[in-house]
Write a protein that binds this ligand. Structure first.
Ligand SMILES: [Zn+2]
Length: 84
């Protein structure tokens, strides 16, 4: 429905499949390093990385201005709107 570059769609699809290893997932795989986000002090999860992180919010604002894409309110709406 929304026109986004194909590579972004593909990237989003990979995230949706949770192929991308956030630190969150690494901890589950017994990785013993920090699970903190690189950009702020919170735990890094897929939701945090794309929605909750101050950096993500800043990026969404820029995307909103540049492409007129409404920032998502949850991971479900993010993938629901972008991939159906
Ligand atoms: Zn963060």
């Amino acid at each position: 429905k929304i026109k986004v570059p194909l590579r972004i769609k593909i990237f989003m699809w990979f995230v949706h499949k949770e192929v991308i290893l956030t630190k969150d997932n690494l901890v589950k795989r017994r990785w013993v390093g920090s699970s903190r986000c690189c950009f702020c002090d919170q735990n890094e999860t897929i939701k945090h990385l794309f929605l909750d992180c101050p950096l993500a919010k800043l990026l969404w604002r820029k995307i909103h201005i540049a492409f007129n894409v409404t920032p998502p309110i949850s991971i479900d709406t993010l993938f629901g709107t972008w991939l159906t």
